[in-house]
Design a protein around this ligand. Structure first.
Ligand code: FE2
Length: 200
């Protein structure tokens, strides 16, 4: 955990050395189990940008059910001044089965990220793609992110997903900008982004 800032600085130095115009901020994706155990001094180190305002929370996906105390964990973090950003919500089986649960988390101050590649391709992933589009339609998504793990296979390209959102949902460039820039910036600044066109 203490390594995060140092590794981020190393990466930033490398980018700067090669004149890549990109700013990298520290962060972490924290499992629900780890989030339950975070000590007070550890908590800011794993928040987005290490700013102590939002924690990217990884929930159990397919194999395990969402635990009953999820809402308690989110509320306890909130009492410590940290809001939750639900990571790749479209991949969480129990949220797909019961989207209202995500709606209640959002009403309680949580925010939602979806992963770009969930919006492209069909086949066995079509149900996930449809759920991601459904979340966007509901106004329940506050961050479209790459979840990049590598340069190619799980790369950082958001453009195919943005194409899907334009084609299937008819979103304007301004709406896309809100999703990929304005709302994430608001969270880094500790504000609570509200989807401007949301009905819920
Ligand atoms: Fe994850």
């Amino acid at each position: 955990m203490e390594e995060i800032a140092a590794r981020t600085a190393d990466l930033q130095a490398l980018l700067d050395h090669h004149a890549v115009p990109l700013q990298v901020l520290p962060g972490a994706e924290v499992t629900l189990g780890a989030a339950r155990e975070l000590r007070q001094e550890q908590l800011p180190l794993v928040t987005l940008g290490q700013r102590g305002r939002y924690l990217l929370l990884e929930l159990p996906e397919d194999e395990d059910a969402l635990p009953d105390d999820l809402e308690d964990v989110v509320a306890r973090l909130g009492a410590r001044g940290v809001r939750v950003l639900v990571a790749h919500a479209e991949r969480i089986r129990d949220l797909a089965a019961d989207p209202a649960r995500l709606g209640r988390l959002i009403a309680a101050g949580a925010r939602t990220q979806i992963t770009a590649r969930s919006l492209v391709g069909g086949g066995p992933r079509e149900a996930r793609r449809r759920f991601a589009l459904d979340l966007l339609r509901r106004g329940w998504v506050h961050d479209l992110a790459s979840d990049a793990h590598a340069t190619r296979e799980r790369g950082p390209d958001l453009r195919p997903a943005i194409g899907t959102i334009r084609e299937e949902l008819g979103w304007t460039p301004a709406a896309i900008d809100w999703l990929v820039t304005d709302a994430p910036e608001a969270m880094l600044a500790g504000r609570l982004p509200i989807v401007p066109w949301a009905s819920a």
